[in-house]
Ligand binder design. Structure first.
Ligand code: SMG
Ligand code: MG
Length: 387
């Protein structure tokens, strides 16, 4: 695909006709992980997932908010999302006529931060807009793939043999890339043993900000393991130290937490703070910025891949649509539903094929059917806002 043919020329983030929202619902559901997931900042056993449902002219749209109950991955929480949605964002959107996702982004731009809460609204509107036109989100945003390559992110375990068992079990399921969570004290020895058990496959590590530049000599030792990348080794709000570290190590740095919008992606690439970017639609405020980051990186020849936030089927369907874009050239953290949940909130759980790909939904909007009975059974709070 030539630059003149970039997908932006085929994107339509608009609804069939301008809409006035009749209602916006924010609901919290509770889901327990099949296996606890531990990172350098903490352990997750269960998630409370805020969902957004918008309705206009009899068409609905669903979005998911990836904030956690504590401000550990980012400064946002479920509590801050509930607050800004109820007190500022939703009342604002209910007064407007909205033609496209860009209008949602433009309306919310004056409010600083709160990307995850904003993303919940953009995602729901994107689903509604695509459904109103009878197309899938993939089609609406100019996605070019039917299936996307996927990897799995494996948490910190009680010991290395337990982790190696996890690695081999997921490789056997077809996953195309293994990502290990690391932190000081759970890094070089772990990567060495996993590399011996998995000598040639794509392997990466994610530190979730656990190191500082003082660890440069230590992190250099990761260069021996032919890693695809090291994700977010340093602080979430840093670009300069990452550039210094990238100059000192051979392994490619991928930024996650630091990239909160397309401008940050452009800055990171200009400074040499990373060579790759993980796009999480929730972390960056929704489709508008996610597409912008995709395009900034594509123009500069930097690959992107789709990150994950332990989403339920609704957020995962959005991730799959996004990951169908052409510059998502590395496997995403988009694992099968069963890797996270005994029962997902959609009627057809996502599955990873033996070739390590997941199909991009083709139905209208997010393209999956919500299991309403189950969703109602696990709902712990529901608030509806009307025009
Ligand atoms: O959805 O498979 C997933 C999780 C992928 O490792 C993952 N996410 O920093 O990339 C990351 C983490 C953030 C979530 S930690 C609860
Ligand atoms: Mg990460």
């Amino acid at each position: 695909m030539s630059t003149a043919d970039t997908p932006s020329s085929v994107r339509t983030l608009a609804a069939a006709a301008p809409v006035r929202l009749s209602s916006v619902e924010v609901r919290l559901i509770e889901l327990t992980l099949v296996r606890p997931f531990e990172t350098s900042f903490g352990r997750t056993d269960a998630r409370i997932v805020p969902l957004v449902r918008m309705v206009a002219d009899g068409v609905e749209g669903w979005g998911e908010i990836v904030a956690d109950h504590e401000p550990l991955f980012s400064s946002e929480t479920i509590g801050t999302a509930r607050h800004v949605l109820a007190d500022y964002f939703i009342p604002d959107l209910l007064t407007r006529t909205l033609s496209s996702v860009d209008d949602v982004a433009a309306a919310l731009r004056r409010f600083k931060g709160h990307q995850m809460a904003k993303a919940g609204l953009e995602l729901a509107f994107m689903d509604l807009a695509a459904r109103s036109r009878g197309v899938s989100i993939r089609e609406a945003i100019g996605g070019t793939r039917d299936r996307v390559p996927v990897g799995v992110s494996l948490g910190i375990e009680k010991d290395i043999p337990t982790l190696v068992d996890q690695v081999l079990a997921h490789v056997a399921q077809g996953y195309q890339r293994i990502k290990l969570k690391i932190k000081p004290g759970w890094d070089l020895d772990v990567v060495r043993v996993v590399r011996e058990a998995y000598p040639t496959g794509l392997l990466s590590v994610d530190a979730n900000t656990a190191y500082t530049l003082a660890h440069t000599e230590h992190l250099k030792q990761l260069d021996a393991f032919d890693l695809l990348m090291i994700e977010q080794p340093l602080a979430h709000d840093d670009m300069v130290d990452h550039a210094a570290l990238q100059r000192a190590i051979r392994t490619a740095i991928c930024l996650d937490e630091s990239i909160v919008h397309a401008r940050a992606a452009a800055h990171a690439l200009a400074l040499g703070s990373c060579r790759l970017i993980n796009i999480k639609i929730g972390r960056v405020g929704g489709y508008t910025e996610a597409l912008g980051i995709h395009d900034v990186c594509q123009a500069q020849g930097a690959p992107v891949w789709c990150g994950g936030m332990l989403e339920c089927g609704i957020g995962r369907a959005h991730n799959l649509a996004l990951a169908s874009l052409p510059n998502f050239s590395l496997p995403g953290d988009i694992s099968a539903s069963k890797r996270y949940w005994a029962r997902d909130v959609i009627t057809q759980p996502f599955e990873v094929a033996p070739d390590g790909t997941v199909g991009v939904p083709t139905g209208p909007g997010i393209g999956v059917e919500i299991d309403h009975a189950f969703l109602d059974a696990i709902t712990i709070e529901r608030r509806e806002f009307t025009a």
